[in-house]
Design a protein around this ligand. Structure first.
Ligand SMILES: C[S@@+](CC[C@H](N)C(=O)[O-])C[C@H]1O[C@@H](n2cnc3c(N)ncnc32)[C@H](O)[C@@H]1O
Length: 257
């Protein structure tokens, strides 16, 4: 994501009319963006600056605003079920993912979590991410580039179970179907006192993961489900939104004693 005020070809833009009518777009000179308040041409956007306004074909003014990290992340291609920012925030906070940290991850999937991890370890740390499916690696590489974090991620196109690792990691995160199978490798690769997190969608997986963490001697095992309820913020109509994300996954975090 660029810090410049200029909107170039390929920049992400929040096209904002009001609290309910707004869109995140990727600026393309040759494109046309359809909104329910008329269309906006790409050549009105590319070459403008963040903060400018453009007028739609129906005469409505839209602000060209700089989007947030979450806006850009949620526009990236998904090869797999990604970890959403609400869950990434817990993993990052509880696993002490700070600038300079070296984090082990499997699998990389669509690199949503990888991007968020990389943003927190940069500029001196790194994420070492394992993904055994090469087609997903190609998609993940693109996401990391779009998010501007590619230099902080070392991609290993390999099954984590086959990796030989030194004990150099400050944290490990497993988002795979059977994290219990990878826990011995992950636990063996983190420093004393480091946390290992697993992310799974079903209770059966939670049970197996917690049992394996206990067997491996991890301490203070914590289990979280993050339920984020967004509210409508229109003055005079403040109430919960009608729709919300009901379930994503469970986060299990254990500490290597
Ligand atoms: C649910 S996706 C991960 C999504 C990712 N966390 C995100 O936020 O975009 C799970 C990925 O783990 C990969 N995977 C599963 N087992 C693996 C293993 N043993 N080693 C490396 N990758 C693995 C799968 O190929 C799949 O792409």
């Amino acid at each position: 994501m660029s810090r410049s005020d200029a909107i170039d070809e390929g920049s992400y833009v929040l096209l904002y009319f009001n609290e309910t009518i707004n869109y995140v777009i990727k600026a393309r000179r040759s494109a046309t963006f359809n909104t329910i308040k008329g269309t906006i041409r790409g050549d009105q956007v590319v070459g403008a600056k963040y903060g400018d306004e453009v007028i739609s074909s129906l005469g409505y003014a839209f602000k060209l605003s700089r989007p947030d990290i979450v806006d850009v992340l949620m526009k990236q291609r998904r090869a797999t079920q990604p970890i959403y920012p609400k869950d990434a925030a817990i993993i990052i906070t509880y696993c002490n993912v700070v600038p300079g940290a070296v984090v082990l991850e499997a699998g990389m999937g669509s690199a949503y979590l990888t991007s968020m991890l990389a943003m927190h370890v940069m500029p001196t740390g790194k994420v070492v991410s394992y993904e055994r499916d090469s087609s997903r690696v190609r998609i993940a590489e693109r996401t990391l580039k779009e998010m501007g974090v590619a230099p902080f991620v070392e991609i290993k196109e390999q099954d984590l179970a086959e990796a030989r690792l030194d004990r150099e990691f400050d944290a490990a995160v497993l988002d795979v179907a059977e994290p219990w199978a990878l826990l011995p490798t992950a636990v063996g690769a983190v420093r004393h006192g480091a946390n290992v997190a697993a992310y799974v969608p079903t209770i059966g997986q939670v049970d197996k993961t917690i049992s394996k963490m206990a067997e491996l001697g991890l301490i203070r095992v914590q289990l979280f489900e993050s339920i984020l309820r967004p509210w409508k913020t229109v003055p005079g109509e403040i109430r919960p939104q009608m729709w919300m994300l009901g379930h994503t996954g469970f986060i299990i975090i254990g500490k290597r004693p």
